[in-house]
Design a binder for this molecule. Structure first.
Ligand code: G3H
Ligand code: 13P
Ligand code: ZN
Length: 328
C-alpha cells in the first residue's frame, strides 16, 4: 500500500534501522527496487527528481509507481519527490499523488544560488502547511552539501562553487537545525555532514572518518524527533567501476561513502539514505558488458535484463546492510 514517509521513518526509528531511498526514472529501475524489496521484505521509498519527471513525463512517473503498488501489494511504499525547488513543484507532486515531498530550500528556486536561512524557513513552512493537511510528509534541507576532503560545495546540486569553504560552512549547525524544525514543523531533515551528489565524491580511499559522525550525533541530540536524511549516499563500489572501465567506459579514480559509515550514521538518527549513483553505475556496467560480449544482439529486452538484474542486486545489498530485512 501507499504510505506516508512519516509512518515508515517512525517505524525505522523505533526499530533502529535506515531505509534507502532509491531514485527511479524508468520501468526497469522501479522493477529492480521492488523485486529487491520483495526478496528481503523491506519497506520501499521510490523517489523521483525533477530530472526524472522531465525524462519520463509526469503521468509515466505516477503510473510506474501505481504499477509497483499493484504488482507488490504487500509492500509499504512511499512515493517521494526528491529535491523540490519551490512550493509550486511540491504542490504539483502532491496533486500527482505523491505521499511525501522534499522542499529543498537550501537553494533558491533557480537551483543554483545558496538561499538565505529566512528564505529556507519561509518556503519549507509553506510546504508543511499545505502537505500536512493532506497527510503528506515533508523533508527539508539545511546546510550546504559538500566534501570535507576537497572542502568544495556539491557541484551537482548547485551548491558547488570553485571557492574553498570552511569546515563549518560544510556542516549543518545543530542550533540552527533546532530552530529550523521549530519554525517549519517538518518531518525529516537532510543535513550536510560531508557527502555530495554524484560519482565523484572523494579522490582518495576513505579511511573511516569521511562523515562527520560527531555532528550527526549533536544534531540528533538537539532534534531527536526529526528523522535525519543523508543525500549523496552512494558507495561507488570499486567493482562496478572496474566493470565499466573493462568494457570501454572512462571513469577516473573515485570513491564514495563506505557502507560501514552509513551503518554508523544509522545508529545516530539517520533514517533515509538517498541512493541514485550506485544504481546508475550498476546498470551502465551491465549494459557495457552485455554489448561488448554480444555485438550481434539488438533486442532491447536482452540488454535491459542484465541492467535490471544488476540494479536489483545493489538494492538488495543496501536493504540488507541498512537493516530493512523483514521490516515491511
Ligand atoms: O539529487 C540528485 C539525484 O541523484 C537525481 O539526479 O537530477 O539527475 O535526476 P537527477
Ligand atoms: P548519490 O549521487 O550519492 O547516489 O545521491 C543521490 C541523492 O542524494 C538523491 O537525492
Ligand atoms: Zn539529493
Amino acid at each position: 500500500p501507499l504510505v506516508s514517509m512519516r509512518e515508515l521513518l517512525d517505524h525505522a526509528a523505533e526499530n533502529g534501522y535506515g531505509i534507502p531511498a532509491f531514485n527511479v526514472n524508468n520501468l526497469e529501475q522501479v522493477q529492480a527496487v521492488m523485486e529487491a524489496a520483495r526478496e528481503t521484505a523491506a519497506p520501499v521509498i521510490l523517489q523521483a527528481s525533477a530530472g526524472a519527471r522531465k525524462y519520463a513525463g509526469e503521468p509515466f512517473v505516477k503510473h510506474l509507481i501505481q504499477a509497483a503498488l499493484e504488482a507488490y501489494p504487500e509492500i509499504p511504499l512511499v512515493m517521494h519527490q526528491d529535491h523540490g525547488q519551490s512550493p509550486d513543484v511540491c504542490a504539483g507532486a502532491i496533486k500527482l499523488g505523491f505521499s511525501s515531498v522534499m522542499m529543498d530550500g537550501s537553494l533558491e528556486a533557480d537551483g543554483k544560488t545558496i538561499a538565505s536561512y529566512d528564505y529556507n524557513v519561509d518556503v519549507t513552512r509553506k510546504v508543511v502547511d499545505m502537505a500536512h493537511k493532506l497527510g503528506v510528509t515533508v523533508e527539508g534541507e539545511l546546510g550546504c552539501l559538500g566534501s570535507l576532503e576537497t572542502m568544495k560545495g556539491d557541484k551537482e546540486d548547485g551548491h558547488g562553487t570553485e571557492a574553498t569553504m570552511t569546515r563549518e560552512q560544510l556542516l549543518t549547525d545543530p542550533e540552527q537545525a533546532a530552530d529550523f524544525v521549530k519554525k517549519t514543523q517538518l518531518d525529516a531533515l537532510a543535513i550536510a555532514i560531508g557527502t555530495s551528489h554524484g560519482a565523484y565524491k572523494f579522490t582518495r580511499k576513505p579511511t573511516g572518518d569521511i562523515l562527520a559522525i560527531d555532528r550527526i550525533k549533536e544534531i540528533h541530540r538537539r532534534i531527536p524527533n526529526t528523522h535525519l536524511v543523508m543525500h549523496g549516499s552512494s558507495s561507488v563500489p570499486q567493482d562496478l567501476l572496474e566493470i565499466i572501465r573493462q568494457y570501454g567506459g572512462k571513469m577516473k579514480e573515485t570513491y564514495g561513502v563506505p557502507v560501514e559509515e552509513i551503518q554508523e550514521a544509522i545508529k545516530h538518527g539517520v533514517r533515509k539514505i538517498n541512493i541514485d549513483t550506485d544504481i546508475r553505475l550498476a546498470m551502465t556496467g551491465a549494459v557495457r558488458k552485455f554489448m561488448a560480449e554480444n555485438p550481434d544482439k539488438f533486442d532491447m529486452r536482452e540488454w535491459m535484463k542484465p541492467a535490471r538484474e544488476a540494479a536489483r542486486q545493489i538494492c538488495k545489498q543496501r536493504y540488507l546492510q541498512f537493516g530493512c530485512e523483514g521490516q515491511a
